[in-house]
Design a protein around this ligand. Sequence first.
Ligand code: C2E
Ligand code: MG
Ligand code: MG
Length: 735
Amino acid sequence: MPLSDSQVADDDLLEFAAESPDTDDSSALPPWLVLMVDDDQDVHDTTLMSMRGMEIEGRSLQFLQAFSSAQAREYLANNANIAAVLLDVVMESEDAGLRLVKAIRNEFALESVQIILRTGQPGFAPEIETIQKYEINDYQNKTELSLVRLYTSLTGAIRTYQHLRAMEETRRGLEVVVHSSAELSKSRNLRSFAQGLLSQLCALMNTRADGLVCARLSHAANTQTRVVAATGVYATLLDTPLGQLPPGEPRKVIQKSLELEANLVGATTTLYLPAPGDQAVVVHVDACPAGAIDQQLIQAFCSSMTVGLENVLLHERMYSLAYQDQLLGVANRNRFLELLQDQIDQVGNGTVAVIDLDDFAGDNAMFGHEFGDALLKTFAQRLADTFGPQVGLARLSSDTFALVGSEQQITPEVLALCSSAVLQVLNQTVTVSATCGLVRIQNGSRSGAELLKQAYVALKLAKTQHRGDSMYYSEAMGTDATERSTLLRRLREAFESDRLFVVYQPQVLLRDGSTIGAEALLRWRTEDGKYVPPDQFIPVAEQSGLMISIGEFVLRSACHQLRSLNDLGYPDFRMSVNVSQVQFRDPAFVATVTRALADAGISPRNLELEITESMAAEELDFVLNVLSELKQLGVTIAIDDFGTGYSSLSILGQLQLDRLKIDKSFVDDLCESAGVAKSIIDIARSLKLELIAEGVETQQQANELLSMGCAEAQGYLFSRPLAVADLLSWLQSRT
Ligand code: C2E
Ligand code: MG
Ligand code: MG
């Protein structure tokens, strides 16, 4: 039966507010809703009359009046908070009331509502079974509808309702706690965890209040407290440090909670979650817990969230170790490779820069690590400020940084703002210089790792050719680099499997052609019988440091060869050994020579070391020291390829040298223009040095050199470099 408007009009909802509310509390709490279902107007009137002004548990009563079961259903469908139903058993039909009871329990699933059955005819009392099955609270005969009886019955019903609701609320709360911890255990970062924490607390409290989460986190040595999640009116405060929140609430209560390490629950709710290492998270909502949310439930919520928080922080820590530079807090190499891959996959163009500080090792050694760290921090900040958040910034290794971004953002011009900058480091003004290698990301660019390699190639080249400046990578550089690395790998294998050996080129006295000695020259014969020229593989070995071992191998081979020549009756034979710049710089070099001499048991004066002019041109003090130690051993020193370098006469004069080797290029030119060779010979004379000419191929050259005052020579005219056995027969044939 449809309801008429008048029947559901507001004035049907009668509220008996307390005549004079004695406390604020009781007036604040809503009245209990009681649904009265009866087709007898008199019953309604009498009930309302007798209950007027009554309070139960400090709250007034509000009656919903229904005159049929259909109307009652309407109320039940629209009011979730009905506490009790006063229900007439017999209405439209004899069992209308009981059918309504079934509907309340089953259809509307209102489990806590208390039902008081009322009947005019005693004979219609429901079966015991029915009372039990539908949890009927009471049964009354309308004839004995006294005020006291009704009040007692309603009070009992409402108290039961209240307890049931509290239990329901607790169960729901526990469900939220369980659900929350399951939900939040999926969070991988603090931000999403905090966001979830906020919404789960609101769910627990059955509210949609505004709230925020503050985290006190320690990273490296510094501790920071800032907002990590915020909703509603607080949304704009995300990322704000706690100290910069507007004064007053909620800043004060959050600070207090952190200080006391405690939950603060009152008009608002502030919960404290501790975390390892004096870290903590505080979640705050502008709402107080609804009646049934008790202390224990909040405690359960906090405990379970604390476990979740620990997991999240652990995960963040692991992430930071794997992807962040621990000193500077910027991305590390791993993370940079990911950023690079993103740029390749999602943008398809852009620029990568690798930036290396010039002379950082020197600064670090001179001013100390603390200064070095501060310099790196300042420089990283400079890069971040110059390029902004759109450009990915990382530290790849000690003083090498990397950037990835668009072509417009990363240019040599912008980089120059950082690569030659004046910085304030620990109250000192420092001028830094940095060199950059750049590479453009193009359609079809290969992996991030490959691009990074190319940027490094450009950097390496820039370091030697344009220090303090930028250089773009080009294909030509790349093939060189790849070839070099293949060559190096093959050389290492050859060295390890003894495919390197030494040959000896005789040196003679021009005057009579007698043999003075030989120069030891390295050979690499590949597995398929081909020779790789030393001019090709020696520079590669030098770049990698492999030259130190290879050089020692040549030195020891030559010394042993000298020893057998001594034993075979050539006691004054002189052995020349080439010394690479890398070997010369090796702090162990003098010791290596000493050991080689001792192990072979040869006289040091029969060993000559050939160094190059370029070596003499740098770090004079160092060169002077090493040379004087070598001279003390008793070995002699020659300058190889003399005339091709740029060493100044004044420097040459300071070095303890024995001989100049006139480079082949001057010998070649001898017959057309003897001028240069002549001046080299003059220099040697003025410095009181011996001379030897190399690359002598013709008798004419030999004659010319002799007439100019050069006593010794080496070249194809006399002999090509010889294998050990051939050297012996050559020597024997000459005597
Ligand atoms: P170098 O020290 O100036 O050696 C002389 C080079 O000239 C040798 O080339 C030799 O074979 C070549 N040569 C000698 N006489 C003639 C000639 O009449 N005509 C021509 N066309 N060439 C002649 P090689 O053996 O190819 O070595 C080239 C360079 O490789 C050497 O120049 C030296 O700088 C370096 N090298 C060779 N072996 C070693 C080594 O054991 N250690 C180091 N550090 N460098 C080495
Ligand atoms: Mg030489
Ligand atoms: Mg030479």
